[in-house]
Design a protein around this ligand. Structure first.
Ligand SMILES: [Zn+2]
Length: 319
């Protein structure tokens, strides 16, 4: 097939490339895209706050004092306009990467007839013991691999981002561990119909009673933004509590910031993985076209990903 069928000359790119280019400078600023977030509907993080957080992280890394931590502190301290550090740990660069993603997704919802689903996915076996992130070059690798297999099996495309939380228990019922998870957005019709085939790829675990949560996506920027949020949290599992009516409340969690040695451990892991490792795409590509950046459905050699699998589907193997 000739490549003349492509309507525009789009070039595949990466978040790193965008953020190190002249055109990428605007993502470090406070112009569009803008959105509100969180339960209190607050404005998204400002560039000023991200720079402040970068300073705090550099301090924490210096306090840690290991050779790796000192090296990373030196690098993020030098992150400036025109010479961005592009570390996955840098709060300023991670915020800019999130803003690239939100901007690049601007036409997806309408492009899919305003019918998309948001899917939260946890591979419970991809959890990593606290203190052992350093053994992983890419902490999202296991989750990514399984998600690619699952989407290939149902021949669906999806775009989104990886997150990781530190899971702890209020009365130490389990050892703290790192839990990678992913939030994807996908065209609704196919994934809703094939949801039954998709779910078995992600069996429930002891601390993961609902490994796949699928909901209708409203297309808002804040939804895309959440997929690549630049903040990470500690999730505290609570003991079941007796409610006033005598019934037992089920499993509950609260979120808190990650501090101390764990914060340094995570920063080093995010740095090793890089900014682009946070991004998940299947059947889409990040391209520049006409000086702007966009995530578009992939139409080239892969064929129509929404209608046919680009690789033979594999059956889920329970773990
Ligand atoms: Zn930076």
């Amino acid at each position: 097939m000739s490549n003349s069928s492509r309507p525009t000359r789009a070039t595949r790119t990466t978040i790193d490339d965008i953020l190190s280019s002249q055109a990428g400078r605007r993502f470090f600023g406070d112009g569009p895209p803008n959105w509100r977030q969180g339960r209190n509907d607050q404005p998204a993080k400002t560039s000023e706050l991200a720079v402040h957080e970068r300073g705090l992280l550099a301090k924490a890394l210096r306090r840690d004092g290991s050779a790796e931590a000192l090296e990373l502190a030196g690098r993020i301290d030098l992150c400036r306009r025109g010479r961005r550090c592009l570390s996955g740990a840098c709060p300023a660069c991670a915020r800019a990467a999130q803003r690239v993603f939100v901007h690049a997704c601007r036409n997806l919802f309408d492009g899919h007839g305003q019918e998309m689903v948001a899917v939260n996915v946890v591979c419970h076996w991809a959890g990593i013991d606290r203190g052992r992130l350093a053994e992983h070059e890419d902490i999202f690798e296991d989750t990514r691999g399984r998600l690619l297999d699952a989407l290939a099996d149902v021949a669906a495309r999806a775009v989104g981002g990886f997150d990781i939380s530190l899971n702890t228990h209020e009365s130490d019922a389990f050892e703290p561990y790192w839990a990678p998870h992913v939030l994807i957005m996908a065209p609704a019709r196919r994934l809703l119909r094939l949801g039954q085939d998709f779910r078995p790829w992600f069996p429930a675990g002891d601390d993961t009673p609902r490994p796949v949560r699928m909901s209708k996506f409203d297309g808002e920027a804040r939804g895309f933004a959440y997929a690549l949020k630049p903040d990470f949290s500690r999730r505290i599992s609570l003991e079941p509590r007796l409610l006033a009516d005598g019934s037992r409340s089920t499993f509950g969690t609260r979120g808190k910031p990650i501090g101390g040695a764990s914060r340094v451990e995570l920063a080093l892991a995010l740095d090793r993985a890089g900014l682009d490792a946070r991004l998940f795409m299947r059947g889409y590509e990040l391209v520049t076209s006409g000086g702007d950046v966009e995530i578009v459905p992939r139409t080239s050699s892969q064929g129509r990903a929404s209608q046919q699998a680009d690789q033979p589907g594999r059956t889920p193997s329970p773990r």
